[in-house]
Design a protein around this ligand. Structure first.
Ligand code: SF4
Length: 336
């Protein structure tokens, strides 16, 4: 049976945190190990520049950081192709071709883009750049250059895939059936809240636990997690439903431990400090094998480079074949 190609990726703007792990990485490893898919992961450095154009050093530095995070959680370069977006020039070329097939009004209406522009008012002010507004077009080029069939996404990303599908249909209706229309597969994993209870976990919010955090960093961060504000003394009756420590216990502790945490908290028989220490221990137990794996690659940067070079060559080959078909369909295949 032919394996279905999956295309996913991340912007290299910082190390990856437990929100990324539960939101997408765990699922990517599962899909990789199922043997049903042919997974590609792009390190989206060009896309990262759309809102970090003034900080190229940050993007460059984080390319390897993100790849080491992938490797640390079990992404296996023998089964998953990892590549750098900017090293596939066909993607940039396709982006130009696709830009004729999408209107500015349609991009402005894209709910994901609208939300992100609102969040980046500090950077863009009242006037967003052409590059940022158009990043769904370049994302469509990423997916279609690799003939991606499946794109696992969170709910908030669905409009981007719909935009890609529209571009594919438009292209195929004008130039002939060349492009593969991808399908979004909604990831069942939910977005993980930050230590402060914020709906989003992120670097700028200072509420994240990174996969590469040391044991001491995890211990310190867990101690700062928001608990039930009405609980002052150990024997105050608590409400674990409003406590971030209880929330993370559900992710990192056994079912039995979670049950005990909730029962003892409600009965006023549990101290918050002890509860946090137990959580930190469980988080560290999950992260320790990742840290070990990461350390292995940190000490061997040439291996990370090799993985990227090999993955990028493989991805480029597919992109070149797609481009050949695209240029032929668009009557741009001069002298061939
Ligand atoms: Fe949260 Fe645990 Fe304290 Fe209850 S005992 S409020 S679950 S930290």
């Amino acid at each position: 049976m032919e394996k279905k190609r999956i295309v996913t990726g991340d912007r290299p703007t910082g190390r990856l945190h437990i929100g990324h792990y539960f939101g997408s990485l765990k699922n990517r490893v599962k899909m990789q190990e199922s043997g049903e898919y042919d997974p590609y992961i792009l390190v989206a450095d060009v896309q990262a520049l759309t809102d970090n154009f003034n900080n190229p050093e940050k993007v460059r530095k984080n390319v390897r950081e993100v790849v080491m995070d992938y490797l640390s959680v079990g992404i296996d370069p023998e089964k998953t192709t990892i590549y750098i977006q900017s090293m596939i020039p066909e993607v940039a070329e396709l982006t130009v071709f696709y830009s004729n097939l999408v209107t500015i009004a349609r991009l402005e209406r894209n709910p994901t883009v609208k939300t992100e522009i609102a969040q980046k008012r500090d950077l863009f002010g009242e006037s967003v750049t052409y590059g940022f507004l158009g990043y769904p077009v370049s994302q469509a080029a990423d997916i279609t250059a690799l003939e991606g069939k499946i794109v696992p996404v969170g709910e908030d990303q669905l409009p981007l895939i719909e935009q890609c599908r529209e571009i594919v249909r438009k292209f195929n209706s004008i130039y002939g059936e060349v492009l593969v229309e991808p399908e979004a597969v909604l990831s069942k994993e939910k977005r993980i809240k930050g230590l402060d209870g914020n709906e989003k976990m992120g670097k700028s919010l200072g509420n994240a636990i990174y996969l590469s955090d040391s044991e001491e960093e995890v211990n310190k961060k867990v101690m700062s997690a928001v608990t039930d504000p009405n609980r002052i003394k150990k024997d105050d009756l608590g409400n674990p439903d409003v406590c971030m420590v209880a929330y993370y216990h559900k992710l990192f502790s056994s079912e039995e431990e979670c049950k005990t945490v909730c029962e003892e908290c409600r009965a006023g028989k549990r101290g918050c400090v002890a509860c946090k220490k137990q959580l930190a221990k469980n988080i560290n137990a999950t992260l320790e094998p990742m840290r070990q794996k990461r350390k292995y690659y940190e000490e061997r940067p040439e291996l990370v480079d090799e993985i990227l070079i090999k993955g990028t060559e493989k991805a480029r080959q597919t992109a070149k074949e797609t481009m050949k078909k695209v240029k032929k369909a668009m009557k741009l295949d001069y002298f061939e």
